[in-house]
Design a protein around this ligand. Structure first.
Ligand code: NAD
Ligand code: MG
Length: 389
């Protein structure tokens, strides 16, 4: 039996992973499940999958989780440290599906124990890619991409040499507002930004898809994970979300990954890697689909893409600033403090301020530097709210 742990088990990606794992309970020994406030879901899954440990990242949720698991053998813990400690329990495979920079420390901890890490948490690559991948290398641990575009690139690269790669194209649906007049974007509400045309995901990544901050993060994620230069990475708007990414080679060939918009494919690929196994996803009927469409992204509509270019070129700790400012701006939009278009202004202003403060490009990407940069960037991003025009 393969021992597995799921970080962020109660979220959209976590639940898709559980859907796959629960279909074959003779194959997996579930060691730990972690979640947040949804302790009912966490407790139900811990019981059903017979986990050794259930952890909520919120100390105030401890008693409720403990009560829900009374009479079982499931150990209960709470708090961010307990989430990171869960990563020290030996397993063969762990899923990193926490949302936000909070996924970084548990991911680092899992890699330090040599665990194969299936990475949905793109924020840890954006914030501290060299630190995360360096940790993996130092401990002989494998990181497997779970973001659908990056899983697609990874699959297109099987058996290929990176030296033959000319470009990497990641696709974008265009998000909730792809057909809105640009003038209307400033008025976009939380409810409008929280519905995705093709994918069913957590609220934060859904809003990030509408602003294309999600694609901006994925550009940086591509650079970090595949170690390709920023000018080799392109975004292509593809409304149908059936081609997830393409790799262009030096002989002009494009290898495209085509599949349904269902995260169980990318999660399942990482779960069974290096093999392929049957997955319960839709089989595409391309004759019925008929046509696939492609458009260049409109940078005026999606300023986040230009900000990502800047971050990729600056490197160093600018990814940590970008991610933290984006998270703070998103909190502000969700709380009704700032408008939809203000998010990109806040992120750009925070990058400006922290670049001036010095040395973002050249600073060492240590955990201490990353956490301090993250903390400061959230403060500066919050201050930028009051300076919006
Ligand atoms: P979600 O909001 O549905 O779930 C997030 C999970 O993280 C929950 O289990 C929650 O309890 C936990 N969590 C939240 N804050 C935490 C904290 N501070 N500490 C510890 N745990 C915390 O999110 P999601 O949509 O499943 O996305 C998870 C990650 O996967 C994100 O990084 C996202 O960008 C990435 N991703 C998601 C999808 C998707 O289809 N949803 C696709 C590609 C990549
Ligand atoms: Mg993606």
């Amino acid at each position: 039996m393969r021992r597995i742990t799921l970080f962020g088990a109660t979220g959209s990606v976590g639940q898709s992973a559980i859907d796959l794992i629960a279909r074959d309970d003779t194959a997996y020994d579930v060691v730990a499940l972690t979640g947040g406030r949804n302790v009912r879901q966490l407790a139900a899954d811990a019981r059903r999958l017979n986990a050794d440990l259930a952890v909520t990242c919120y100390p105030e949720c401890y008693n409720e989780l403990k009560d829900l698991l009374a009479g079982t053998h499931v150990e209960v813990a709470a708090g961010p440290e307990a989430v990171a400690q869960a990563a020290a329990r030996p397993v063969d495979w762990a899923l990193s599906a926490i949302v936000g920079a909070a996924g970084l420390v548990p991911g680092l901890e899992a890699l330090a124990h040599g665990t194969t890490l299936a990475l949905a948490n793109k924020e840890s690559l954006v914030t501290a890619g060299p630190l995360l991948l360096g940790r993996a290398k130092a401990h002989g641990a494998t990181v497997l991409p779970v973001d659908s575009e990056h899983s697609a690139v990874f699959q297109a690269l099987v058996g290929e040499h990176m030296a033959a790669v000319e470009r990497v194209i990641i696709t974008a649906s265009g998000g909730a507002f792809r057909d809105w007049p640009i003038e209307k974007l400033a008025t976009a509400t939380l409810a409008q930004a929280s519905s995705h045309p093709n994918w069913d995901m957590g609220q934060r990544i859904t809003i990030d898809s509408a602003s294309m901050f999600n694609k901006a993060m994925e550009l940086i994620e591509t650079k970090e994970f595949f170690n390709v230069s920023p000018d080799m990475i392109e975004v292509l708007v593809h409304r149908e979300s059936l081609i997830h990414a393409m790799v262009g080679f030096n002989d002009g060939a494009l290898m495209a990954h085509v599949g349904p918009p269902d995260m169980r494919h990318a999660i399942g690929y990482a779960l069974h890697w290096p093999e392929r196994k049957h997955l319960p996803v839709e089989r595409l009927d391309l004759a019925k689909i008929g046509a696939l469409t492609f458009e260049a992204p409109d940078h005026a509509r999606y300023p986040a893409l230009g900000i990502a270019k800047r971050v990729m070129n600056e490197g160093g700790l600018s990814g940590a600033v970008f991610n933290a400012a984006k998270e703070r701006a998103l909190d502000g939009f969700i709380a009704g403090e700032i408008g939809f278009l203000d998010m990109s202004h806040v992120v750009a202003a925070t990058l400006d301020k922290m670049s001036l403060d010095g040395g973002l490009q050249n600073a060492a990407i240590t955990l201490d530097n990353v956490l301090e940069t993250d903390r400061l960037a959230r403060i500066y991003a919050g201050e930028a709210f009051s300076q919006l025009g």
